[in-house]
Design a protein around this ligand. Structure first.
Ligand code: UDP
Length: 235
């Protein structure tokens, strides 16, 4: 394995299957199966799940809500997704902890960095819920932050397409995928795959970002083995 400890960022949308709301049980099971396989091979996995399949802060704000209030709702949405993923992983026999940046003691442990590292060392998958715990941030930034904190070797960003393209591959048939991209180019070109705060954090700390399609079976394992699939964002 090229990477022994990773943080995987999954967007909320990755859990809702063909519809664009909620949690689709079969999709959730498929995602969990991929993660379970990787975990069984001894890779230490931290996961950050988004909440976009339930609620997004910006959407609430654009409808007139207070942005912070709306963002807290978004963070709680990530907790719901985290609990669903924990359940699915446990059904696959993977010991899983949910650690939340916003205390909800009855349902999840508070996030404590050292405790998270201990769980990982003992073979549990750790799901980091509630983003960074702060409004005006995203779960991409939470993923970059947690990856640095737990000294992950890479940030895995699972997307709906194979990697990062020079233009939207859904609209342009001739869109070209980058196999490698520098942090600077990513930021200058304002590539929308990940937000700039997250990429800036990765750049400052030289954390490679691996962007790939989650729903292609075995992809996550191949990336972990160091195969050249998707796009690598690095210096
Ligand atoms: N959020 C936040 N702070 C964080 C992480 C998330 O306020 O540190 C809120 C924000 O409102 C965001 C929502 O949680 O819209 C869901 O997260 P995100 O949009 O990143 O989810 P994804 O698009 O990956 O599903």
């Amino acid at each position: 394995m090229k990477y022994r400890r990773i943080v995987l960022k999954i967007s909320g949308e990755a859990l809702c299957g063909e519809g664009n709301f909620g949690i689709h049980p079969d999709t959730l099971q498929r995602v969990a199966a991929e993660i379970a396989e990787l975990s069984s091979l001894g890779v230490q996995i931290g996961i950050v799940v988004g909440g976009g399949n339930i609620f997004r802060g910006l959407k609430g704000a654009s409808a007139g809500m207070d942005r912070s209030q709306s963002d807290y709702m978004g963070m709680l949405a990530t907790v719901i997704n985290s609990l669903a993923l924990q359940d699915a992983l446990e059904k696959h026999g993977v010991p899983t902890r949910v650690m939340t940046a916003i205390e909800i003691r009855q349902v999840a442990e508070p996030y404590i960095r050292r405790r998270a590292m201990r769980h990982l060392e003992k073979g549990s998958v750790v799901i980091f819920a509630a983003g960074t715990g702060n409004p005006f941030f995203s779960t991409d930034t939470a993923a970059a932050l947690r990856a640095m904190e737990i000294q992950a070797q890479a940030l895995f960003k699972a997307t709906k397409v194979e990697g990062i393209y020079d233009r939207d591959p859904a609209r342009h048939e001739d869109a070209q995928m980058f196999t490698k991209l520098s942090y600077d180019r990513f930021l200058v070109d304002r590539i929308g795959v990940m937000d700039s705060t997250a990429v800036t954090l990765c750049r400052e700390n030289k954390l490679p970002i691996r962007v790939f399609k989650l729903t292609t079976r075995g992809n996550i394992l191949r990336v972990c083995k160091g195969e050249n699939i998707g796009t690598v964002v690095e210096a």
